[in-house]
Every structure is written in C-alpha cells, then in structure tokens.
Design a protein around this ligand. Structure first.
Ligand code: ADP
Ligand code: MG
Length: 243
C-alpha cells in the first residue's frame, strides 16, 4: 500500500501540557481513516499538526516519503495537498458560495478565473449546492454551509481531505446530508482522515478506525476490530459512553 501520510513519534506540548505523546499512524492512498476519542484527547491538535496549523514539538510527518518538518520543506506547497473541513465551516461570510470556492484556487493555485469557476461548479454540483452559487453563507443552513465548505476544499484538488468533526455543530436533522456527501467521497476513493463522533458512520465508511485517549493512540484496526470487538478497556469504556 502506498503511504500518503506517515506520522512517526509525533509529540505536541503546550507549555508543560503534553497533548500528543508518541503518536504513530499511517494514512494510505484511497483509505478512509476515522479518528475517535473523548473531547480533549488531542484529535484536533493532531489534525492541526498534520496541516501545520500547530508546530509539533517532536517527531516526523512524512508526506509521500518526505519529512515535511525538515527546514528545507515548502510548507505552503505542502498545505495545498491537504483539504481541511472544520466544525465551524470557516466560510468567507462576505463572499457568495461560488466565490468561496474560487478564491483559494486563484490565489494559492494561480488558476484562471474561468478554470477556477469550472472546477468550483463541478464540486458544488457533487455536494448538491450548485443551485446556491449566489447565496451568501448567512442565507444557508448549517448543513448547506458545511457542504459548501467541503466543495471549497475539494476544489483545490487536494490529495488528502482532513475533517474535524464536520457534523458536530449541525442541528441533528442536517447531519445526514453532510454524512451522505462524505460517504460518496469515500466511495469515490478519496483519501480521508476524519475526526468524528458518528460511530455508525465510522463503522460503515472507514477502512481503519483509530482510538485516541489522553494524547495516545490506544487502539487501531478495522471498524469491526475497534468498534465491535475492542481489546482495550479504555476503548470499551469510551464506546459504552457514546452509545
Ligand atoms: P479534541 O479535539 O480531542 O477534543 P484538542 O486537540 O482540541 O482535543 O485538545 C487536546 C488538549 O490540548 C486539551 O486539553 C486542550 O485544552 C489542549 N489544547 C489545545 N489547543 C491548545 C492551545 N492552543 N493552547 C493550550 N492548550 C491547548
Ligand atoms: Mg476537537
């Protein structure tokens, strides 16, 4: 299997608080990996380290064979390969839907307006938001905003999509429409690393589930292994609480 992201002995501390301790794991090409764990266990920090929104305190992040924490590495270039979807959407509120999906392509990837527009429309159609290109974010529901955020990330044609609890800020009736889009992306073979509390979804779409507790990976394996037949007490306790 082709490793896209390979995390080795990753550590992250805020002051004396060790938030990630010796984290090791891999995301292979085309794989869907779900990261689960209680609030405060370090899941967001791990994603933020992977896209270098946080600087790791130690360890390696190997992207397609190269340690991106090496000084010589071009961080801007690296980041263009990662699409990030946040809990709070982080759309540009002053731009309409289409522009939200175009500006990054123009500024970062130096695409022409026409090319950026074609690509944006393609992904807005995939997430079912092509009827809303002129709407401003404030005119959209949470589920619609998150689908635009997903289209915006996809429009950059990233190699890996990172999701940090994409449905946690949504009203319950809107969770389904976002998970449906994510399921479709998984089926299409996108490489995805997803932090989620949606256990049913994790069981259905993941190739692998990683359970984190207090900054440590406690257990990882197939959804069957981790979610149905966990070996570790901490995993069992966590799953009992989330039922
Ligand atoms: P999760 O996403 O699993 O809920 P986080 O990664 O957000 O967990 O947080 C893990 C721990 O790191 C928490 O104790 C949190 O308070 C701490 N933490 C996260 N970001 C910072 C920061 N910028 N400064 C200090 N502590 C932080
Ligand atoms: Mg978090």
């Amino acid at each position: 299997m082709e490793k896209v992201i390979d995390i080795k002995h990753l550590n992250k501390s805020f002051g004396s608080h060790e938030v990630l301790r010796d984290v090791n794991f891999t995301v292979n090409k085309g794989e869907v990996v779900c990261l689960i764990g209680s609030s405060g266990s370090g899941k967001s920090t791990l994603l933020r380290c992977i896209n270098l929104l946080e600087t790791p305190s130690g360890g390696e992040i190997i992207y397609n064979g190269e340690n991106i924490l090496d000084d010589k590495h071009d961080i801007k270039q690296y980041r263009t390969h990662l699409g990030m979807v946040f809990q709070q959407f982080n759309l540009f509120n002053n731009h309409n839907v289409l522009k939200n999906c175009i500006v990054g392509q123009q500024k970062v990837l130096k695409r022409s307006k026409e090319e950026a527009k074609t690509n944006a429309l393609k992904y807005l159609q995939i997430v079912g938001m092509d009827q809303y290109i002129n709407a401003k974010p404030r005119q959209l529901s949470g589920g619609q905003k998150q689908r635009v955020a997903i289209a915006r990330a996809l429009a950059m044609d990233p190699e890996v999509m990172l999701f940090d609890e994409p449905t946690s800020a949504l009203d319950p009736e809107m969770v389904g429409e976002v998970l449906k889009v994510m399921r479709q992306l998984a089926d299409e073979g996108h490489t995805m690393l997803i932090v989620t509390h949606e256990m049913e979804f994790a069981r259905e779409v993941s190739d692998r589930v990683v359970f984190m507790d207090k900054g440590v990976i406690v257990e990882e394996g197939s959804p069957e292994q981790v979610l149905v037949n966990p070996k570790q007490e901490r995993t069992k306790e966590f799953l009992k609480r989330t039922l």
